[in-house]
Design a protein around this ligand. Structure first.
Ligand SMILES: [Mn+2]
Length: 489
C-alpha cells in the first residue's frame, strides 16, 4: 500500500470532513491523473494528496464523492473496473468490488457511470465542494452535472446554488496531523536524516554534486522511501546561492561548502532537510562564522515554535539574530543600535531573501492557510513546519571578500506539541563539531570495510561515544533523537 493511512484512519477523516461539509453539501474529489513523460512513458504515478487523505485509494482514474447523511451511504467511489486483460500488462486493480471491500466505500461504480450517477447525488443539495478552478476539464464536468440536475426541476428536484473550493475544509483538516501521521513523518525524517549522515561521511573534494545526490537517493530508497518529496538540491560553493539549484552537475572543490537540501517521501508524507557541510571536512574561519550565525538563528527560530505563538514568530526570531550577526560580521554597515532600523528596512534581504519555513505534510509545501482574518495564524499542537534560515553571499555581492560565494541553509522539520515542539529531523547533525567529527570518521562507516585497521575499532568507538555525549550536551534542549518528545518552555 503506497499510502500509510489505514482504512480506519481514512474513515475517521471522512467523518470529520462530513461534519465540516454540513448536511446540505456534496464533496467531489478526483484522483490524480497519470502524466506522460514522453510518448508512451508515464512519470511514476503519485496520488493526489487530498484524494489520498480521504480515501487511501492508490489508483488513477477515480473520483470520490461524499454525500453527508445519504441513506444509501455517504462515501461513493468511482474507479476503473477490473480488467483481466489490462491487469496482465499494468498490474492489479481493485475494481468496484475492491473499493467497497478494502477502502470502505458504501457504494462503488465504474468511472464511466459518473455522468449518470453524479446528477442524482447532487439532487436537492445546496452546496458543491470540489477543487474549484484546479482542472479545466473538471470545472466543465461540474457545470454539465449541474445542468443535468436543473433539467429535473419540473420533477421537483432542486439544484445546488453554491460552488465552494474543497480546500476550505480539507486543507484545514490536513494542517493538523494525527498521531499516526506524526509517526509516519517522524520515520520519513529519520530516514532522510540517516541519508544526510551517510552523505556527510562520503563527501570529499573531487566528488561531484551528482555523487551526493545519488547517494542520498539510494540511502532513502534502501530504507523504504523510494520517492523524494522534491528534487534534491546539491549546491557546491557559490551554487548554494542559487535557491532552487537542481542541476547538481559540478565537481566539489576543496575549501568550498556544499549545501544539500533533500528529503525522502515515505507513504505519501514528505521530509525536508537541509544541511551545509565543508567539502573537505573542516570549516574555514569565514565559513565557520557564517555557519554559526545561521545555526544560532535557526535555534532561536525553533525556540519560537510553540502553541499560541503566531506563524511569523520563528521567522522574526531568525531575522533578529541574522541581522545582528550581519552587522557584527560586517555584511551590513551599521552599529548594534541600528539593528531594529535595519530589520524594519529589511536590509537583511540582501543575504536572506526567503522566509524561514512552510507547512510540511503530504506535500512538501503543505496545505493550510498561513493567515486567519488578515493576521498570521497561531501555532497549534499537531502542525508540522520547517525551520530553515540561511545566508547567501553571491560571488558578486557587496560584502567582505572572504564571505563571497558562500551559501548556507540549515533546515529541520518541527512538529508543534502541547507545550513546545519536537524536532523530527534531529538525527541529522548540525553542530559544527558534530559535522566535523562525523566527516573525520569516514573509515568506520557501515558498508565501508574496516578490515584494514582492525585495531582502531574499539578506540574509535569510545571516541565516538564521547563525541556523541558531548554533542548531546551541547545541543541542549533542541536536539533530540527523533522518536522522543521534546519539551520546551
Ligand atoms: Mn523547505
Amino acid at each position: 500500500m503506497p499510502f500509510a493511512a489505514s482504512t480506519k484512519e481514512c474513515k475517521r477523516r471522512r467523518r470529520d470532513a462530513v461534519r465540516a461539509l454540513g448536511a446540505d453539501s456534496v464533496l467531489i474529489l478526483p484522483a490524480a491523473a497519470e502524466v506522460t513523460r514522453n510518448r508512451d512513458v508515464h512519470y511514476p504515478f503519485r496520488q493526489d494528496s487530498d484524494f489520498a487523505y480521504l480515501t487511501g485509494f492508490p489508483e488513477p482514474d477515480a473520483v470520490a464523492v461524499l454525500v453527508p447523511k445519504r441513506k444509501e451511504g455517504e462515501f461513493v467511489l468511482f474507479c476503473r473496473p477490473r480488467d483481466p486483460e489490462r491487469e496482465i500488462w499494468d498490474g492489479h486493480r481493485y475494481g468496484v468490488e475492491g473499493a467497497v471491500e478494502h477502502f470502505g466505500a458504501d457504494e462503488a461504480h465504474p468511472l464511466e457511470a459518473l455522468d449518470e450517477e453524479l446528477p442524482r447525488l447532487l439532487a436537492n443539495r445546496g452546496r458543491v465542494f470540489y477543487p474549484l478552478g484546479s482542472d479545466d476539464a473538471l470545472d466543465l464536468k461540474v457545470m454539465e452535472w449541474l445542468r443535468a440536475v436543473r433539467s429535473m426541476a419540473r420533477a421537483g428536484v432542486a439544484a445546488p446554488t453554491e460552488l465552494v473550493a474543497s480546500e476550505r475544509i480539507l486543507h484545514e483538516q490536513r494542517l493538523i496531523k494525527s498521531s499516526s501521521e506524526a509517526k509516519t513523518m517522524r520515520r520519513a525524517a529519520a530516514i532522510s536524516a540517516e541519508a544526510h549522515r551517510r552523505l556527510m561521511r562520503a563527501c570529499r573534494p573531487g566528488k561531484t554534486e551528482r555523487d551526493l545526490e545519488t547517494l542520498f537517493l539510494h540511502a532513502c530508497a534502501e530504507q523504504g522511501a523510494r520517492f523524494q518529496a522534491y528534487p534534491p538540491i546539491v549546491g557546491g560553493g557559490a551554487n548554494a546561492c542559487i535557491l532552487h539549484y537542481i542541476d547538481n552537475g559540478a565537481v566539489l572543490r576543496d575549501g568550498d561548502l556544499v549545501l544539500v537540501d533533500a528529503g525522502g517521501e515515505l507513504d505519501g508524507y514528505a521530509s525536508d532537510i537541509t544541511r551545509t557541510l565543508p567539502v573537505n571536512g573542516r570549516f574555514s574561519e569565514p565559513q565557520r562564522a557564517l555557519y554559526q550565525l545561521v545555526l544560532d538563528a535557526q535555534k532561536a527560530a525553533i525556540r519560537a515554535v510553540r502553541p499560541g505563538n503566531r506563524w511569523n514568530a520563528p521567522h522574526d526570531a531568525a531575522v533578529r539574530v541574522l541581522t545582528r550577526g550581519m552587522v557584527e560580521l560586517g555584511l551590513l554597515a551599521g552599529e548594534p543600535n541600528d539593528v531594529p532600523k535595519l530589520i524594519k528596512e529589511e536590509r537583511y534581504k540582501a543575504f536572506y531573501m526567503h522566509r524561514t519555513g512552510h507547512w510540511l505534510g503530504m506535500d512538501v509545501h503543505d496545505v493550510g492557510a498561513y493567515k486567519e482574518d488578515g493576521k498570521w495564524r497561531r501555532l497549534e499542537p499537531g502542525m508540522v513546519l520547517t525551520v530553515e534560515p540561511g545566508i547567501y553571499v553571491a560571488p558578486d555581492a557587496d560584502a567582505p571578500e572572504h564571505y563571497r560565494g558562500i551559501g548556507i541553509r540549515i533546515e529541520d522539520d518541527v512538529r508543534v506539541t502541547a507545550d513546545g515542539c519536537e524536532i523530527l529531523s534531529a538525527a541529522a547533525p548540525k553542530e559544527i563539531d558534530e559535522i566535523e567529527a562525523l566527516m573525520a570518521d569516514k573509515a568506520r562507516e557501515p558498508g565501508i570495510s574496516n578490515a584494514a585497521a582492525p585495531a582502531a575499532g574499539p578506540v574509535d568507538g569510545k571516541k565516538e561515544r564521547r563525541a556523541a555525549k558531548a554533542s548531546s550536551k551541547r545541543s541542549g534542549k533542541h536536539a533530540k533523537r527523533s522518536g522522543k518528545k521534546e519539551k520546551q518552555s
